[in-house]
Design a protein around this ligand. Structure first.
Ligand SMILES: [Fe+2]
Length: 471
């Protein structure tokens, strides 16, 4: 059972997804890195292609010139065997050479690496694209049949007179194969770089986000009131400085919070002490009620413990008991101390004390939690009490407990107009009001509790003088 409930703060369960710094950094950095790698790969591919083509042109020009220089004397001397040998050996010198031919000034083929072409007129290729002229050698991109090749044509001079031409063709397949190899290598390198860039970006993002997340957790921990643990940091950079400053700030806040808590506790204790003094002075105004609040507190706390209240609830109940009649400070002495039976009007004035008590407690925020108990400690279980006529569970449980203890103490102490009842007599009266003034369940526990207690002070029994509950 409990009379107070802790309200838990609302939490935002419907929080929308918001990308974190890590995701934002990756989303921003990766496209840039990817674009950079693509541009670098394209530039490297272009440079590699140019280098491959230039090497091939230099090689073709060189071989063609060597053949041209070697074949001059053979042409003049008509040594076809030497020319055949030269074209065949040149063709065999490299796997990508398609053919080598030597022709005269009339473009009649004198020697050819393909024997069937000897003696034929030079046949022009179907498609030509000039690649440039290097010294006397002209390079053309040509197509013969279904093959693409580069044909190098070098004029043959002997003693300054042109006597023929050497044509040498190198397959473009070798260039294409080399370019494919280069592209594959560059693609692999780009993929590796991209992977490294991703990991690097992730590491950089983590380097930033991990300290930020720790700081965020620290703020939540600090705000929740849980024991704060300083956030560890190693770096001496801006994030390390931020963490160090946060730890200092948290320590300052906690120190100030503890100080404020102490002040608030002192202030609350001071308020409580004031009201206690006030309550005690009310008890002291009437010699018949001297010590009433303390006895009520003793009985109510004992009952609270029987009912399984927590230590915190018992403390709350104890203070509420000490305050429960503080409103009587506004009740005039001629009514409070009147030895004769009260008139209806005087009873009305007397019955204002729960509301008056609530008003007095309302002055200090730290005493607000006792207001409900003080206001409703004269309500009846059946709704016939005052000031509001609440009934059953509408009456705070602590107020119901105080109601029993208050009635029992009122009955077992003497009044000017009646003598005190014995504990047994008071129990019988309380049982008479079981289910009307008092909760049946609480009454049963209370009666058992009183019966188990040591015998109360023996007093004269005159129940006729007592008309019900304490006012
Ligand atoms: Fe009262």
């Amino acid at each position: 059972m409990t009379s107070t409930k802790n309200a838990s703060p609302a939490t935002g369960n419907g929080r929308r997804f918001a990308p974190g710094i890590r995701l934002k950094l990756i989303a921003f950095m990766l496209p840039l890195v990817f674009l950079l790698i693509i541009l670098i790969a394209a530039a490297v591919t272009k440079i590699a292609n140019d280098v491959i083509q230039r090497d091939l042109l230099q090689r073709g020009v060189g071989i063609s010139r060597v053949v041209a220089l070697s074949s001059g004397y053979s042409i003049l001397s008509g040594d076809r065997l030497a020319m055949d040998s030269l074209t065949a050996e040149t063709k065999q010198s490299s796997g990508d050479i398609e053919y080598v031919s030597i022709r005269d000034t009339e473009d009649i083929v004198l020697a050819h690496s393909l024997i069937k072409e000897r003696g034929n007129a030079y046949s022009a290729p179907t498609r030509e694209k000039a690649l440039g002229t290097f010294l006397e050698t002209r390079a053309l991109e040509v197509v013969r049949g279904d093959k693409k090749m580069i044909e190098f044509s070098t004029p043959i001079f002997f003693t300054g007179k042109r006597i023929g031409t050497v044509s040498l063709a190198i397959s473009r397949d070798s260039i294409l194969a080399a370019q494919r190899n280069i592209r594959r290598s560059i693609a692999i390198a780009a993929a590796v770089f991209l992977g490294i860039a991703f990991l690097g970006t992730f590491a950089i993002a983590s380097f930033i986000t991990i300290p930020v997340k720790k700081l965020s957790s620290g703020v939540i921990e600090l705000a929740s009131g849980a024991p704060f643990h300083p956030i560890p940091f190693r770096s001496r950079d801006e994030l390390g400085e931020l963490t160090r400053n946060f730890n200092r700030m948290a320590e300052t806040i906690l120190s100030q919070k503890n100080r404020l808590s102490r002040y608030a506790k002192d202030l609350e204790e001071s308020y409580i002490a004031t009201v206690q003094v006030l309550s005690a002075s009310i008890d002291a105004r009437d010699p018949y009620t001297l010590g009433h609040s303390t006895r009520v507190s003793f009985l109510a706390c004992k009952l609270g413990r029987k009912l399984g209240c927590s230590t915190e609830e018992i403390e709350h109940l104890e203070k509420a008991c000490l305050f429960h009649d503080v409103g009587k400070i506004r009740t005039p002495d001629e009514i409070l101390l009147k030895e004769q039976r009260l008139t209806a009007m005087e009873i009305g004035v007397m019955q204002r004390h729960p509301d008056n008590g609530a008003d007095i407690l309302g002055i200090a925020p730290s005493l607000h939690r006792y207001i409900a108990v003080v206001r409703y400690h004269h309500e009846w279980y059946n709704g016939k009490g005052y000031p509001e006529g609440r009934k059953g569970s509408e009456i705070p449980i602590h107020a119901q407990i105080i109601s029993l203890a208050d009635a029992f103490d009122a009955m077992t102490t003497s009044r000017p107009y009646r003598k005190a009842l014995t504990a047994r007599g008071a129990i019988e009266e309380i049982l008479r009001f079981r289910g009307t003034q008092f909760s049946p369940e609480l009454t049963d526990v209370f009666v058992r509790m009183v019966e188990e207690m040591p015998p109360m002070e023996a007093v004269n029994v005159e129940p006729a003088g007592w008309k019900g509950m304490a006012l």
